[in-house]
Design a protein around this ligand. Structure first.
Ligand code: ZN
Length: 157
């Protein structure tokens, strides 16, 4: 068994789409970043790469590379899954938490899990997504950023 953790944060700004777990969320602000800035997917990519000791998302998909501008982060996730497979690992499960003051994510969680599971080629029962607020504390609580944490467990193929 191999365990990996992932963490990410992106700023919430006007004139950007809000994409979390590959799902577009209706909101007046979106996450700022070089790719689609999907903070949840980025944390999961780092957890999976980390469990296999394959570095991090920035190593594999540098934000200085124009090919990744505006990129659908599910493509990074699919690529991370391929990379760990090439190293002889498979995903046992992934758990994650999104810390977001607003909007409420409950209506979108099932769709996020389905998209992430499909991208990772795992069962929906192997991936969990939780959402919590920051109790209006700090930069996340003031609605200026979204944070995501993830953990992944891999086993030998
Ligand atoms: Zn990110």
């Amino acid at each position: 068994m191999r365990i990996g953790i992932g963490y990410d944060v992106h700023r919430l700004v006007p004139d950007r789409r809000l994409i979390l777990g590959g799902v577009e969320i209706t909101y007046h602000l979106g996450l700022l970043g070089h790719s689609d800035a999907d903070v949840l997917t980025h944390a999961i990519v780092d957890a999976i790469l980390g469990a296999a000791a394959l570095g991090d998302i920035g190593t594999h998909f540098p934000d200085t590379d124009d090919r990744y501008e505006g990129m659908d982060s599910l493509i990074f996730l699919a690529d991370a899954a391929t990379k760990i497979g090439q190293c002889g690992y498979q995903i046992e499960n992934v758990d994650s938490t999104v810390i977001v003051q607003s909007p409420k994510l409950a209506p979108y969680i099932s769709e996020m899990r389905a998209k992430l599971a499909e991208t990772l080629n795992i069962d929906i029962a192997q991936i969990n997504v939780k959402a919590t607020t920051a109790e209006e504390l700090g930069v996340v609580g003031e609605g200026n950023a979204i944070v995501a944490h993830a953990i992944a467990c891999l086993s030998r193929l």
